[in-house]
Design a binder for this molecule. Structure first.
Ligand SMILES: NC(=O)c1ccc[n+]([C@@H]2O[C@H](COP(=O)([O-])OP(=O)(O)OC[C@H]3O[C@@H](n4cnc5c(N)ncnc54)[C@H](O)[C@@H]3O)[C@@H](O)[C@H]2O)c1
Length: 255
C-alpha cells in the first residue's frame, strides 16, 4: 500500500483482464478511486467490489456509453484525474493484409482506435474544467516497428493511437493535461495467450526478438502506467513510452 495516487480518480477501460486489471489493482493500492469500464459485467462488478470502486458496463466503441462512463466517475467521485484508455482486441482474423477482410479491419479500428478518440474527447472537458489530468492511451511496440508476423489492422490502429496521443499531448500541454502513449512489448495476458495458443510458431518467433528473453507480466506494465498516471512523471507528455524488454533497442538479441 502506498499513496502515490491519493485523492485521484481514475477511469480504466478494459479493466477486467490483463494489463487493465493489474493496473486497476495497482492504482487502488496507491490510494486512487478506480472506475472500471468494460463489456464484461460479471467480472466488472466483482472487481469493483474488490477494489471498493465503481464499474460501468460499456462498449468503448459506443460514444454515448463512453460519455456515460466518465459522467458516472464524476458523479461518484467528483472528477476524473486519470484516464487509462486501454481496452483493445487482437482477433485471429486480423492477419496478413492478404488475408484480412474489411469487416475484421474495421472492427479492430473501432475497438482499438476509435475508442481512444471517443474516450479522450469525453474526458478532456472534465480535465480542462479542473485544470489538469493524465491520459494514458495503450498503443503497442508495433506502433513504432514493423512485425514480420503481421496483424495489419491492429498495427495500424496502434500507430493511430500513438500519433493521436502525441498530438493531444502537444495541444493540451499548457492546460496541465498530459497525454502519453504506453507502448508495451508482448505481455503474458489472455489476449496474447489466445493468439499464440493457436500458433506456437508465431510465439516462438516473437520471443527471438526480445532481449530480456520473456514476455512481460501485467504487473510490470501496471507499474509503468502508475508512473505515467502519478505526478512523478510531471514533465512527461506526448511521449511514446516503451515498456518492451528492449525490443525496440535491439539489433540482435543475446543468446
Ligand atoms: N498483451 C499484449 O501482449 C499487449 C501488448 C501491447 C499492447 N497491448 C494492448 O494492451 C491493451 C490491453 O490488452 P490485454 O492484453 O490486457 O487484453 P485482455 O484481453 O487481457 O483484456 C482486454 C479487456 O478489454 C475488454 N474489452 C474488449 N473489447 C471491449 C469493448 N469493445 N469495450 C469495452 N471493453 C472491451 C475485455 O473485456 C477485457 O477485459 C490492449 O489495448 C492491447 O492491444 C497488449
Amino acid at each position: 500500500m502506498g499513496n502515490r495516487l491519493q485523492n485521484k480518480v481514475a477511469v480504466i477501460t478494459g479493466g477486467c483482464s490483463g494489463i487493465g486489471l493489474a493496473t486497476a489493482r495497482r492504482f487502488a493500492a496507491e490510494g486512487a478511486r478506480v472506475v472500471i469500464g468494460d463489456v464484461d459485467k460479471e467480472n466488472g462488478v466483482r472487481i469493483a467490489d474488490e477494489l471498493d470502486g465503481g464499474f460501468v458496463e460499456v462498449d468503448v466503441t459506443n460514444a454515448a456509453q463512453v460519455d456515460g462512463m466518465f459522467a458516472t466517475a464524476k458523479s461518484l467521485y467528483g472528477g476524473v484525474d486519470i484516464a487509462f484508455n486501454n481496452a483493445g482486441i487482437s482477433p485471429p482474423d486480423d492477419d496478413s493484409i492478404l488475408e484480412t477482410g474489411l469487416d475484421a479491419w474495421r472492427r479492430v479500428q473501432e475497438v482499438n482506435l476509435t475508442s481512444v478518440y471517443l474516450c479522450c474527447k469525453a474526458v478532456l472537458p472534465y480535465m480542462l474544467e479542473q485544470g489538469g489530468g493524465s491520459i494514458i492511451n495503450t498503443a503497442s511496440f508495433v506502433a513504432v516497428m514493423g512485425a514480420a508476423t503481421s496483424q495489419i489492422s491492429y498495427t495500424a490502429s496502434k500507430g493511430g493511437v500513438l500519433a493521436m496521443s502525441r498530438e493531444l499531448g502537444v495541444q493540451f500541454a499548457r492546460d496541465g493535461i498530459r497525454v502519453n502513449a504506453l507502448c508495451p512489448g508482448p505481455v503474458n495476458t489472455p489476449l496474447l495467450q489466445e493468439l499464440f495458443a493457436k500458433d506456437p510458431e508465431r510465439a516462438a518467433r516473437r520471443m527471438v526478438h526480445i532481449p530480456v528473453g520473456r514476455f512481460a507480466e501485467p504487473d510490470e506494465i501496471a507499474n509503468a502506467v502508475l508512473f505515467l498516471a502519478s505526478d512523478e512523471s510531471s514533465f512527461i507528455t506526448a511521449s511514446q513510452f516503451l515498456v518492451d524488454g528492449g525490443i525496440s533497442g535491439a539489433y540482435v538479441t543475446p543468446l
